[in-house]
Design a protein around this ligand. Sequence first.
Ligand code: HC1
Ligand code: SF4
Length: 579
Amino acid sequence: KIKLTIDNREVEVLKGTTILDAAKSMGIRIPTLCHMKLEDLNYENNPGACRICVVEIEGRRNLAPSCKMECTEGMVVRTHTPRVMNARKTVMELILSNHPAGCLTCSSNGYCELQTIAHDLGIREIRYQGEQSTFEIDRSPSIVRNMNKCIMCRRCETMCNSIQTVGALTAVHRGFNAAVSTAFERDIAGSTCSYCGQCVSVCPVNALSGRNTQQPVLDALADPTKIVIAQTAPAVRTALGRDFGCEPGTLVTGKMVSALRQLGFDYVFDTDFAADLTIMEEGTELLQRLGKYLSGDQEVKIPMMTSCCPGWVSFVEQHFPELRDNLSTAKSPQQMFGAIAKSYFAEKLGVDRKNVVVVSIMPCLAKKYEASRPEFAVEGNPDVDISIYTRELARLIRYANINFNELPDSDFDHPLGESTGAGVIFGTTGGVIEAACRTAYELYTRKPLEKIEFKELRGLEGIRSGTINFDGVPVKIGIAHGLGNARKLVEEVKSGKSPYHVIEVMACPGGCIGGGGQPFHQGRMDVLRKRAAALYNEDENKPIRKSHENPYIQQLYKEYLGEPCGPKAHKLLHTHYFD
Ligand code: HC1
Ligand code: SF4
């Protein structure tokens, strides 16, 4: 242990601790733009690039970057002397000299770390008017890359390369022309990007952002000839409140439904309903595959891999195309919802699907891309017309002058708004497979589960596994969240060494609760834990907790679909993956 003084207070830290971390442990916040420590994930981005975190050390001539400087015995550190503050201001002014000053029209206005630090430093004018970068803006269906705003902090590279292991982003060129780009400087859409959106989650400015599709939603709501339907993903309700000052993990389901009604949606439905439907299809598919496998069929692809996360599906398509038949053919809940809303529900209403607009509210940026995939359209009319992410919904609520915190709670509409606890837990890592086990177990054994919760499948360990005994048949389950963890499981499948029968993967750390479209959580697992706990709590309080017991799902099969995985269900609710 080492003793030192920071801002006249003594502190004891382990050898090797940086001044930045030592100060943090005392509650002293030294500003930084590039440093990022994801403790639970065991990763650090620490290029020492921004130089905002400089401090003064007694007996040293130069100021020192606190992110790089390790504490030594007896060190005396000061974090806000006039010299330190002048240096920080100068560094900041130099960064701002080549940063577009359009804060008022920037979608990160109010969330931007550069803006916050400039404000805290009391910068009121930009003294240096430098040359401005003129990079072209790269717009993909999910992610927008505007290198004119990039401050070269490299957080996105760490996220994409080290944590997600996608390797889509890399620094190119030097000096004034330096930027973060893709291999061969292709557009994001032509790169290996899976649209997971995690780079957006950690970008301190607005160099990487989600594609904004609020205006088409407003246009549809203003069009009297359209019936506009909202579907809300499970994870949105645990995080939306954060943008209105609620504690992490506060469930705002009822207020969210009221807000959507006030925005003018004709029907407010729940993606969780479609999650129950996914379980019916995916659970049945799993039993069919397992049946073939146990009877010695060499052709059947085991382990079956879940397919509801579009970032993960893209990752398999791009990096492991030889394993695409291991993916379940069941569409994701977002897409199942769209397909049912524009067939079953449109027919119930007696309207043409072209006059129905389905808007999904998702925690995810990849869902925008998924909704735009041509296989999820009928004669050019998409099943899901527009997908917006949680932060976009928060903006729309503000736009419409809705006082979110004062809203009363209200319930989803029927029939596509009723869900079970199984649908709710989809939003957290491990939830899809737990929900599937609740149904697959009962369909297979024809016995009621004695214990509904499979707690062995829960938690935030990057890779988890468990075995569920289906009446003498041990079903082996693997779970990964974050694409780097997923890669490890997939490598095992590729080499024929996977011990699992079924694998659940969510591309984002934490699953959808940590999605790239959620209110920013700075990679903090404590925030994700609270969001997950909120979903498990909602599940516990639901009167029905198994998808196959949802009465509206039963009615849908009886009135319209026939059998799970039957011909009509296959046509509407399944897809296949191409080269
Ligand atoms: Fe998800 Fe899913 S759980 S993928 O994370 O299967 O986005 O929340 O909506 O589709 O239900 C996302 C969440 C979401 C789908 C469901
Ligand atoms: Fe990498 Fe995901 Fe960002 Fe794409 S969206 S560049 S895969 S971190």
